[in-house]
Design a protein around this ligand. Structure first.
Ligand SMILES: [Zn+2]
Length: 65
């Protein structure tokens, strides 16, 4: 199963999971496609973990004083 995106360089349909266009071999934007989605998801969960740790630290300090 592969979705197609239009290459911004030559305008031809290229499989979304490709990092480079199969026609002109120019780099495709990473924020689209399966890989971009995975990266975004990972970054988002990392951000949530950092926020949770900061909140936990805040509560620990609040209980100390
Ligand atoms: Zn292209």
């Amino acid at each position: 199963m592969s979705e197609f995106q239009t290459c911004p360089h030559c305008g031809k349909p290229t499989p979304e999971e490709n990092l480079r266009c199969i026609y002109c071999s120019e780099r495709l934007p990473v924020n689209s496609g399966v890989i971009g989605g995975l990266r975004f998801g990972r970054g988002r969960s990392l951000f949530l973990i950092v926020v949770a740790l900061v909140l936990f630290g805040f509560f620990a300090l609040y209980r100390l004083f």
